[in-house]
Write a protein that binds this ligand. Sequence first.
Ligand SMILES: [Fe+2]
Ligand SMILES: [Fe+2]
Length: 474
Amino acid sequence: MNNLNYQEKIPNNVNLSDDLSLQRALEHWQPKFQNWWDSMGPDGFQNSDVYLRTATSVDSEGWASYGKVKMPDYRWGIFLAEKSSEKKIGFGDFKDKPVWKQVPGDFRSILRRLIVTQGDTEPASVEQQRMLGKTCPSLYDLRNLFQVNVEEGRHLWAMVYLLHAYFGRDGREEAEGLLERHSGDIDNPRILQTFNEPINDWVSFIMFTYFTDRDGKFQLKSLAESSFDPLARTCQFMLTEEAHHMQVGETSITRMIDKTLQIMKNNNSDSESQIRSAGAIDLITIQKYINFWFSSSLDLFGSEISTNAATAFANGLKGRPNESQYNDNIELDTFFLMETYENNKMVDKEVSTRNAMNEITRRAYIKDCEIGLKRWNRMIKRSGFDIFLKLPSPRFKRNIGMWSEMYFDTEGNIISKEKYENNKFSWIPSQSDKDFIMSLMVQVTEPGKTASWISSPSRGINNLDINYEYVNIK
Ligand SMILES: [Fe+2]
Ligand SMILES: [Fe+2]
């Protein structure tokens, strides 16, 4: 079970060869995926040898092997965490009943929607990031980008497998749709707005991997609780890969801030123009990118009060991350205190816990985001500067949920639309900030060398030297 079968056309640990019609259906989808990768995946570099890891088992210990691979030859496959025979439903109205091996008829369309929405984000991010190779700050970073990209491709496979295996013809059609929508496409965009935002520069990429891949972690954790066992096991294994994406985000932001602080220390000044003229990024601009990507990622959790979320919880389709840590996994007549806006003022209001599931998960996410901020603020303090980076108020710049109709500053104070418009570029990147960031985006491909705006990594991949040629560009 643990060892993944790489002998077959589609690597898997689900005994695909026992189900010929499913195998055929997926083999029919496979060339379409390859075409999508060729046309919408990383632009260029398809002949380059990239030092990538590939899953070899679904155990948390030693699950990956490393080696140079051309990306189109990456062995994308279908890997689910191990089955446990006695598994019981952990929450909602069916708590303690055995988990489902098949999709219950009543929940078919809502489960399909959950899987399609998750699946849509995976290729979307590859599309968003497709031009970044041309401005990589180092070969090490280039390799990390491609590692994230191939794994998002595998996450697409994971969702497509579920659609094909459990949702019949509808599922097959949805699987086609996942390759037909494209990030930012005016006629046929990706489902969620964050996945239509352009990622033209590496600062956006590293913010995306810190904030948006972390949303992915929380969504996957919620789905890993699902009563539909194949979905739960799929998401459990995806989380192992997701951890690396967030690590790319956290270490890259750390390296970017480290570079900024070196310049600030040398100059004994936090002057924006001095930092910028040394080819680094001032903390105010970094704060603006944090504000943008954090607030955009918060929208991905959905409305604060949501009957859909309540239904998904009640039916055991989507739980809270780490559901077993909650004392009450049914939450039938319980309430959650939430800030709302009524009669022109903020009021604390008791909301049914089931209706508040999106907000509960969002708050857990915010706490997780804080960890990096604390670390970066410690670095700034150690460098002798009295400056703090912080997460903006969760009400700031929201497009979904109860705050989306109003305007707030980053502290969460209500302001007029006019005031918001007049001040927004002190909170989120302006065109001139973006132009400056783009001016720093130069491709560095000499092994061991790194662009001006980010420090070199402190260590290499898989114990290799940082000077190792992680990508042989061809
Ligand atoms: Fe993913
Ligand atoms: Fe990811």
